[in-house]
Design a protein around this ligand. Structure first.
Ligand SMILES: Nc1ncnc2c1ncn2[C@@H]1O[C@H](COP(=O)(O)OP(=O)(O)OP(=O)(O)O)[C@@H](O)[C@H]1O
Ligand SMILES: [Mg+2]
Length: 374
């Protein structure tokens, strides 16, 4: 599996994973994962359920052992150290607050465990409670808090330990949509203020795109691609990344090589339409199936006579600010076009279709993007 940009842009990596693997019995859960995270970088791990995201965080935190590989923090091996000695703090999806302890007790717990003095604990709790605006909640029990308040307490418990690396495992998934978006902004602000390495796990691409300096896209126990939000969107390394990021998903259409292509490869859709891609002829394998990737915003509707091909409108979804138009081509291909708020077409109509050449992606039989220049 190809990996892109697995280093932290040349900076000194605060946290480094090298060839980390983990099995539960005979099931591989992490397969040769390597990654570097800058000392103040916000890294988001994005991937479908079961791909190994939580296991990755738990391995870094020391809550799971690893079967192979190394984990370093600040240049020193930590993979044999117990969780408390690694300098990482984790916010769990369910917050994992102690139900019988007050908010103050929950936040103080980790510090008491490592023998921090009472006066220092009080000073740190006061600072964290002020930062997170939970001063008025310190005497309450978790059961007396809303979901958003519990979430802040869980974050407070992590901050108070002053770790080198913060890890968040889907911390927003229990919140309603409005609170989610507000908390997302608070976490971004928190990062700006404390400038520490953060690893944030989610399967929500909006969270990933808006929070990350870099996104790590995981699939089936492996890293598929590491890159900035724009890189993974514009230059997806694989079909998986291309279709996992972006909504509606990128259209993927089977194509054949077209003749007389010059330096850039032309391809042919099932209906015979020829499309120029950004992949060079030389970058393509000699044989094997090819698939063309086109984002919905790169498929434009036009008058019947003006298009590269024509399509039947199957379905129109008006979303207020934009419109999704589901199309069928004569060869049987189906695709989605993204149009404006006042899209004039209706189901059952025939329309012309134009493809934006600059935004084409060409994937080989293994699903690798052959049109990337980098
Ligand atoms: N203690 C365990 N014993 C056996 N298998 C486990 C254990 N913990 C996790 N797994 C398996 O490892 C795989 C990865 O689990 P993990 O919790 O890391 O996924 P995830 O990416 O965090 O998923 P989700 O998005 O659903 O939280 C899953 O197939 C899961 O069933
Ligand atoms: Mg998980």
């Amino acid at each position: 599996m190809r990996r892109c940009g697995t280093t932290a842009g040349g900076g000194v990596g605060n946290l480094a994973l090298r060839g980390v693997s983990k099995r539960f019995g005979s099931t591989v859960v992490l397969d040769d994962v390597s990654l570097e995270i800058g000392a103040d970088e916000f890294l988001v791990v994005l991937g479908p359920s079961g791909c190994g995201k939580s296991t990755l965080l738990r391995a870094i935190a020391g809550l799971e052992t690893i079967d192979a590989g190394e984990i370093e923090i600040d240049g020193a091996r930590v993979d044999h150290l117990p969780p408390g000695k690694r300098g990482v703090a984790m916010v769990f999806q369910g917050y994992a607050l102690y139900p019988h302890m007050t908010v103050r007790g929950n936040i103080a717990f980790g510090l008491k465990n490592i023998g921090t003095e009472r006066a220092e604990i009080d000073r740190r709790i006061a600072a964290v409670a002020r930062m997170l605006e939970i001063e008025h909640l310190l005497q309450r029990l978790p059961a007396e808090l809303s979901g958003g308040q519990r979430q802040r307490v869980a974050i407070g418990r992590a901050i108070v330990k002053d770790p080198k690396v913060f890890m968040f495992d889907e911390p927003l998934s229990n919140l309603d949509a409005a609170l989610r978006s507000r908390t997302r902004q608070e976490i971004a602000n928190l990062h700006r203020r404390i400038r520490k390495a953060m690893i944030f796990v989610t399967h929500d691409q909006t969270e990933a795109m808006t929070l990350a300096d870099r996104i790590v896209v995981m699939n089936q126990q492996r890293i598929e691609q590491v890159g900035t939000p724009l890189q993974v969107y514009r230059e997806p390394a694989t079909i998986f990344v291309a279709t996992f990021i972006g909504s509606p998903a990128m259209n993927i259409l089977p194509v054949t090589r077209a003749a007389g292509s010059g330096t850039l490869q032309w391809v042919r859709l099932a209906d015979g339409t020829q499309i120029e891609t950004t992949a060079s002829e030389a970058s393509l394998p000699g044989q094997g199936a090819l698939r063309l990737g086109l984002r919905p915003e790169s498929v434009r509707l036009c008058g019947l006579g003006d298009g590269q091909t024509k399509a039947l409108v199957d379905f129109v979804e008006f979303l207020g600010d934009k419109t999704h138009v589901l199309l069928s081509l004569a060869g049987g291909d189906r695709l989605v076009a993204l149009d404006g708020a006042s899209c004039p077409v209706h189901a059952g109509e025939s329309v012309g279709v134009l493809f934006d050449r600059a935004a084409t992606h060409l994937f080989d039989a293994e699903g690798r993007n052959r049109g990337l220049t980098g």
